[in-house]
Design a protein around this ligand. Structure first.
Ligand SMILES: Cc1ncc(COP(=O)(O)O)c(C=O)c1O
Length: 359
């Protein structure tokens, strides 16, 4: 086997090595079945046991009550940008969106395209999305409030979730899914494409409060209908069986290392190390405002674009990949998801210090 490098890609992203090893071990013969999970019927007892376990583990790990259900659907977070307004809009009510980055505004555009009443209640576009807009009041006529809990491109993250009272809070948690503890029972619905913190691309995790399922209109496409997918336990049609199997392994990986609190502790240590390195340098300039910094995506600039290109090329050659900032803002972005080991962050900081010294 070749040597593994440190992969700082924003997603699909680095996976826990023990999970990859389990997949490798079980690839040809899943627990004596004589076939791989990806060759097995989604209606088989074996697969059913996996989806039932994963459904429960996703809720258990964060402490969702039994008033919630996990769904494993397809279409990515982008699919959910449409599914949320399709299912949760209500006659006479307006969906509220907090625009904290490109992904939030893409979610708004889908609601708009579908002709659902919406308003952008707060936005941080004016400062190029360097902070999370937290100063807003939710209208009494709100159908739901949609936030993006972590803005992958800009490296900003909600530090405390807003209190929306009886209005369901909906969050796109694609890039900070299960990176830290939060009170899950304050949410109406959360969703995340799995490919950053929970597994491979192609499976979308949704946790929805069951009373909201009654909102799903009958005339929307079945594939997006939360109520039908919930009734069929995510098996209305052929799901991403392999993806759900891997998500289940990742949930076990979280649980086996001591659960969310342990994951959060390590994430905070990794992020502190990296932010301290940035703050201690006059050469690197952090992108996000200090009060909105993400634990997952750390963004910064070098003194010039030319130096940024050099930084990325030399880092790649040194086995530190995926550090190029998103094409919309440039710069450097280190995605330090749950599966990025401390050693990766330490190696990156070492590289940064050497690069600064010789530049
Ligand atoms: C916060 C956030 N939302 C949505 C998306 C889009 O996800 P998908 O590609 O699964 O549709 C991304 C992708 O990077 C993201 O980071």
């Amino acid at each position: 086997m070749g040597q593994r490098i440190f992969n700082f890609s924003a997603g699909p992203a680095t996976m826990p090595v023990t999970v990859l090893e389990t997949i490798q071990r079980e690839m040809l013969d899943y627990k004596g079945e004589g076939m791989s999970i990806m060759e097995m019927s989604h209606r088989s007892k074996t697969f059913d046991a996996i989806v039932v376990e994963a459904e429960a583990l996703v809720r258990e790990i964060m402490g969702f009550s039994d008033q919630y259900q996990t769904l494993f659907l397809q279409g990515g977070a982008t699919g959910q940008f449409a599914a949320v307004p399709l299912n949760l809009s209500q006659p006479g009510k307006v969906a509220e969106y907090i625009d904290s980055g490109s992904w939030s505004s893409k979610a708004v555009k889908e609601a708009e395209k579908l002709g659902k009443p919406f308003r952008v209640t707060a936005a941080s576009k004016a400062d190029k999305y360097r902070h999370i807009p937290t100063d807003f009041v939710v209208g009494k006529d709100a159908a739901y409030v949609h936030i993006t809990s972590n803005n992958t491109i800009y490296g900003t993250q909600w530090q405390n979730f807003p209190d929306t009272g009886s209005v369901p809070l909906v969050a796109d948690m694609s890039s900070d899914f299960y990176c830290k503890r939060f009170d899950p029972n304050r949410f109406g619905l959360i969703y995340a494409g799995a490919q950053k913190n929970a597994g491979p691309s192609g499976v979308t995790i949704i946790v929805v409060r069951k009373d909201l399922l009654a909102r799903s209109p009958k005339d929307i496409p079945t594939i997006f209908n939360y109520q039908i997918n919930a009734e069929k336990n995510s098996l209305y049609n052929t799901p991403n069986t392999f993806g759900i199997y891997v998500v289940n392994l990742v949930m076990h990986w979280i649980k086996n290392q001591g659960g969310i609190d342990q994951v959060e502790k390590i994430n905070r240590q990794k992020a502190k190390l990296l932010y301290d390195a940035l703050d201690g340098s006059d050469f690197y300039r952090p992108y996000a405002d200090a009060g909105s910094r993400s634990l997952m995506n750390v963004t910064w600039n070098c003194p010039s674009e030319e130096l940024e290109k050099k930084f990325i090329a030399e880092a790649t050659a040194a086995g530190l990949s995926g550090l190029k900032g998103h094409r919309s803002i440039g710069g450097i972005r280190a995605s330090i998801y749950n599966a990025m080991p401390m050693a990766g962050v330490e190696r990156l900081i070492e590289f940064m210090r050497d690069f600064e010294k010789k530049s």
